[in-house]
Ligand binder design. Structure first.
Ligand code: ACO
Length: 433
């Protein structure tokens, strides 16, 4: 991976030793101290829990400025892509970092369509999992299980084989997601209909049955497409770093994505979208008023947080949340419905944006704050919210994994630690303890 050359350096003093370290400059002017030689030269390492100050890679895929609230995929502003692009075009953009020509896009869409079905044997896999199991667990397990069907796809195989894993994942994950839902309902699995577009097909596989005709609502499909675009990549977040880390051991793409789905599931990450709705419902049901809830969220020992608020990188409005807030109003209006949860969400946001606690800590609504309200309006069940996040983030995981693997200088991810346990001591046989 090439980097910008810069003459700037950083000086580091350790005891009486002074070291001059090179600076790397990104294409948007971001500076990073290159410490790759630090331990070899000094025996000292750096300490950065949560990697809040550490760039783990150079990447050409996504640019994010958390202070200014900017998000761009390969240079294209998220606002423009949200308005004008489609999820499959964005997926291809992330993978190649260039917009496709009309023919290239048609070819890509056709390639995805050809792989939407699951192997019949894999369908039986769902039957061995409890119906009440969380669909994220089912999706993670099934994504990993894909590698048993496509064992030819290995890290050190030719590029076409890596590409075929990428296409299969993009094509089959919607089917897997829909079947995880059908399994929970005890309904028959519906084969994909390839004359439908990507999001219409998801709706068809989730909501149609063999008993009666079903046509996906284009308004719903369009809203889903927007949600997927907004979630498509977010540089080195927890799940993407997990995908890169697993891939760094030369594990295949299916195994790496399966790990990414698991990482996304937690409520500090993608699982927050489910938690936001549960929080709003608890307020709607009168368990607490919005004001009481906010009071609790500010109390350290309550362990309660305002879900859908705060972000490791954004210290300003998350641009995706801005787009979604407006989309909530649009979608509800077009569907002719009202969701009282939207009013509660707006009330919470208003209180938070005026409250010193949230202002001082620069806590703003993140992508999860409004997404659940749209999912609910689209009749997506709560347990599937994070699954839709995973479907959206899939091209990001794939692009980042491919970028890592294409980099001839890549190395296995292996952070260090500062050991704080016992110093050496002698073993005492159990009979003497
Ligand atoms: N509600 C109340 N207080 C909060 C919140 C919140 N949602 N988020 C952060 N804070 C407070 C913390 O208590 C801390 O206060 P302190 O300085 O007095 O100790 C301060 O703000 C900084 O918070 P950290 O947890 O240190 O920030 P970090 O960057 O590690 O965490 C995170 C970011 C996990 C997103 C956090 O803001 C959070 O838990 N938010 C709620 C869950 C959520 O919405 N997750 C989705 C994130 S977006 C995504 O992954 C798609």
């Amino acid at each position: 991976m090439s980097q910008q050359t810069t003459k700037k350096t950083a000086k580091l003093t350790i005891g009486d030793r002074e070291l001059e370290l090179p600076l790397i400059e990104g294409s948007e002017g971001e500076l990073a101290i290159d410490i790759t030689s630090l331990r070899a030269l000094t025996g000292v390492i750096t300490y950065d829990p949560g990697f809040a100050n550490t760039a783990s890679c150079l990447s050409r895929i996504t640019f994010l400025d958390g202070e200014k609230g900017i998000l761009r995929y390969a240079g294209y502003p998220i606002e423009q892509l949200a308005q004008q692009s489609t999820f499959l075009e964005v997926s291809r953009l992330l993978i190649h970092q260039e917009l496709p020509s009309q023919q290239e896009l048609r070819d890509f869409e056709a390639e995805i369509e050809r792989h939407t079905m699951l192997h019949e044997d894999l369908k039986r896999f769902f039957g061995s999992l409890p119906k009440a199991g969380h669909p994220m667990a089912i999706c993670a397990a099934t994504a990993g299980a894909l590698s048993t069907f496509y064992q030819d796809v290995k890290f050190d195989d030719p590029a076409e084989q890596r590409w075929s894993a990428a296409v299969r994942l993009l094509a089959k994950m919607p089917t897997i997601a829909a079947y995880s839902f059908k399994h929970s309902k005890g309904q028959p699995f519906m084969y994909p209909r390839n004359e439908l577009n990507y999001c219409e097909n998801i709706l068809h596989m989730m909501f149609s049955t063999p008993c009666e005709p079903y046509e996906p609502d284009p308004v719903v499909a369009k809203a889903l497409d927007l949600l997927l675009i907004l979630h498509a990549d977010h540089e080195q977040n927890c799940s993407t770093s997990t995908v890169r880390t697993v891939g760094s051991s030369q594990a295949n793409l299916f195994a790496s994505v399966s790990a990414g789905i698991s990482a996304l599931w937690g409520q500090r990450h993608g699982g927050a979208n489910q938690k936001v709705i549960e929080m709003l419902i608890s307020i709607l049901e009168g368990k607490r008023t919005a004001k009481e809830f906010m009071k609790l969220a500010k109390k350290k020992d309550s362990k309660v947080r305002l879900m859908g608020f705060g972000h490791r990188v954004y210290k300003n409005h998350d641009p995706r949340a801005r787009i979604l807030k407006k989309a909530c109003d649009d979608v509800l209006e077009r569907l002719g419905t009202r969701n009282p949860l939207l009013d509660i969400a707006k009330e919470l946001e208003e209180i938070a944006l005026e409250d010193d606690y949230f202002v001082e800590r620069k806590l703003y609504p993140n992508v999860d704050f409004y997404s659940g309200i749209i999912y609910q309006a689209l009749d997506i069940p709560i347990g599937m919210f994070t699954v839709f996040f995973a479907l959206g983030r899939l091209p990001g995981w794939i692009s980042q994994w491919l970028e890592f693997n294409r980099d001839p200088t890549n190395r296995i991810t292996r952070p260090r630690q500062v050991y704080t346990g016992s110093t050496e001591r002698d073993y005492v046989p159990v009979s003497q303890r």
